[in-house]
Write a protein that binds this ligand. Sequence first.
Ligand SMILES: [Zn+2]
Length: 119
Amino acid sequence: MSAINKIHVAKFKDKAKSLHRAVKANDATALRRIAPYFNNVSEFKLTQAQLVIARELRCSSWRELVSNDDWVQCSFCKKWQYEVKNLVAGPDVYVCDECIEFCSGIIRDNLDDGQHAHA
Ligand SMILES: [Zn+2]
């Protein structure tokens, strides 16, 4: 396992643990996330939380998720693709939905300023 892969796996384990905790605490969002996969909430296990995390990240199993070494990251904020909703690819660059939103705000503000200058 590469050093960078260890970092990914540690993050996936954290995600699975927090999902498992949230389900046990009857958190509505967590229950909605596991609903497509599991019905029996009272018996919900950490390995099942791991499977949900894997499926949400388009992997068929936890084993596949933790052995994946092809993750890409946003070229601007350096978040990994599994830490954001969307990642848009360009030639050798990626930009996440959060950075797109942030940049759109700046462009909108600049447009507004431009309009005020002419008013
Ligand atoms: Zn970003």
